[in-house]
Design a protein around this ligand. Structure first.
Ligand code: ADP
Ligand code: ADP
Length: 223
């Protein structure tokens, strides 16, 4: 459904962050594995239409994503690596506020979606607590809820498991696996275990290029 062809990006400082990336991403959980500086975040920001590319094309279901960025973004959930939260607001209030910003203006259906998402990410019992006081794992689960507002078809998560302890990590894996059954997920990570546990397809990036792609069991064994 998402097709990238020869995507390149050189930043104004001269860094060649993406050098001819070609990828096909279908249903399920797609892992983008690579070391720091490989270009994963640059690629994800480009797919989210948050930054331009210099060459190449990206289509979703055959349609150029830059042709109509508003409708593309409406179908997209994006969880950046470091997302900020307003201090003080409770999880439920904050999610409701973010839903409103996303255009969910009908109060009753917005509330219903917010509460369903809090259940889904296992934060219902913490709904009255401030997100700024959450643990790293809770915060990442809140981030998934936030990114799923408005029922996106494509969810992009950038390095979501960095800094999580093993218990939080496995909880997060369970959540993301369940989400991956409903939505196309692209996950960037430098942690091999993430793709081994979660992903149905994967690509390995290095220095702005896709080095190989395929099924994790075939590729990860060689790392
Ligand atoms: P990764 O997510 O795999 O760590 P990035 O996409 O963040 O890789 O970075 C790829 C390269 O591009 C790195 O050398 C990084 O320093 C550089 N880079 C990333 N963002 C910018 C930017 N906004 N301006 C200039 N260089 C950038
Ligand atoms: P990541 O590795 O996930 O891309 P970074 O810490 O590299 O995270 O980047 C964080 C922010 O800093 C991003 O907005 C990125 O565009 C910007 N950035 C990264 N590298 C550079 C750089 N060399 N010059 C300018 N901005 C950069």
């Amino acid at each position: 459904m998402l097709a990238l062809h020869n995507v390149s990006r050189t930043y104004p400082n001269g860094v060649h962050a993406l050098r001819g990336v070609t990828l096909h991403i279908g249903p399920g959980l797609f892992g983008l594995l690579g070391p720091n500086g490989a270009g994963k975040s640059s690629l994800m920001r480009t797919i989210a239409t948050l930054q331009p590319m210099d060459a190449g094309s990206i289509t979703m279901d055959g349609i150029d994503i830059f042709a109509d960025v508003t409708s593309h973004r409406a179908r997209l959930g994006y969880l950046p690596q470091d997302f900020g939260v307003y201090p003080g607001l409770s999880a439920r209030m904050l999610l409701d506020h973010l839903a409103l910003l996303k255009g969910l203006t009908d109060k009753a259906s917005r509330r219903a979606q917010v509460d369903a998402l809090l259940e889904q990410v296992n934060l219902w019992e913490h709904r009255h607590r401030a997100v700024s006081g959450f643990s790293g794992g809770m915060r990442q689960r809140f981030g998934i809820a936030q990114a799923l507002l408005g029922d996106p078809r494509l969810l992009i998560v950038d390095e979501p498991t960095a800094g999580l302890d093993p218990a939080e990590r496995s909880r997060f894996y369970n959540l993301l696996s369940a989400v991956g059954e409903q939505v196309v997920v692209i996950l960037s990570t430098h942690i091999v275990e993430d793709v081994r546990q979660l992903c149905t397809h994967m690509a390995i990036m290095n220095r702005g290029q896709v080095v190989c792609e395929g099924v994790p069991d075939d590729l990860v064994g060689e790392l």
